[in-house]
Design a protein around this ligand. Structure first.
Ligand SMILES: [Zn+2]
Length: 230
């Protein structure tokens, strides 16, 4: 659940996913190929250690923290509680990332851009004239008609400006397997996990605000019945 057990993972195109998700992922890729898209996961499973490193670097101002406009924030000028929210807007807490489960992927259409294109994973790439807009229109149609092999977008339904997790149209989740993990992410489980966790920057302010953080960022999938996270 918290990205520290890799036994159920299998490799797919340079990434790792849960072995139970692989058949549906390959089926979705084949359907996409038939429609003219090269559906590629540029990020899938992420370990706890990797997420912890990203988190701590952001909290120490060693890695950029962006605002909604994509501009770098001076995190050291913010109060600890505001630092926490600024990082959580685009980064999951280590241990509370859906990417820890191997059920979630960040996707692009690799055939839509030149080889030297730097993917940014921003909304502008996914809508209007963005290079991945046709893929996402196709995915919308598949998801809405329940022909996406169990994949859906966990963040799209709860777009909130300023607070909460940003909408991430590129982030797909395999609902049948992800639900097994969602059930484990109860308030008590997550509170016990963070209370015992060492080496986490902003741990004190996290625990002081845990009820709100849990509701807005860990139990944040409004389209599901159960708690979920980024
Ligand atoms: Zn993602």
């Amino acid at each position: 659940m918290t990205g520290r057990d890799a036994r159920e993972l299998v490799p797919v195109n340079g990434q790792c996913i849960h072995r139970c998700v692989r058949p549906d992922w390959m089926a979705l890729r084949r359907s996409a190929a038939d429609a003219g898209f090269d559906l590629v996961a540029i990020s899938a499973y992420r370990s706890f250690e990797r997420q912890l490193r990203i988190w701590n670097e952001k909290a120490r101002a060693e890695r950029a923290v962006l605002n909604d406009a994509g501009e770098a924030l001076d995190i050291s000028a913010l109060a600890p509680r505001d630092q926490l929210h600024a990082i959580l807007r685009f980064s999951a807490l280590p241990g509370a990332s859906r990417h820890h489960w191997g059920t979630d992927v960040d996707v692009i259409d690799a055939s839509a851009t030149p080889d030297n294109y730097q993917v940014q994973l921003v909304e502008a790439e996914c809508c209007a004239n963005g290079p991945f807009a046709p893929l996402h229109a196709w995915l919308d149609e598949r998801i809405n008609s329940h022909r996406a092999y169990g994949f859906y977008r966990p963040y799209i339904a709860q777009k909130v400006y300023g607070e909460g997790i940003a909408a991430e149209p590129w982030h797909l989740s395999h609902r049948p397997v992800a639900q097994r993990f969602e059930i484990l992410c109860s308030y008590q489980n997550m509170l016990a996990f963070y209370s015992a966790l060492q080496d986490l920057e902003l741990k004190t302010v996290l625990l002081e605000n845990f009820e709100q953080i849990y509701r807005d960022y860990i139990c944040a999938d409004s389209s599901a019945q159960n708690p979920v996270s980024v």
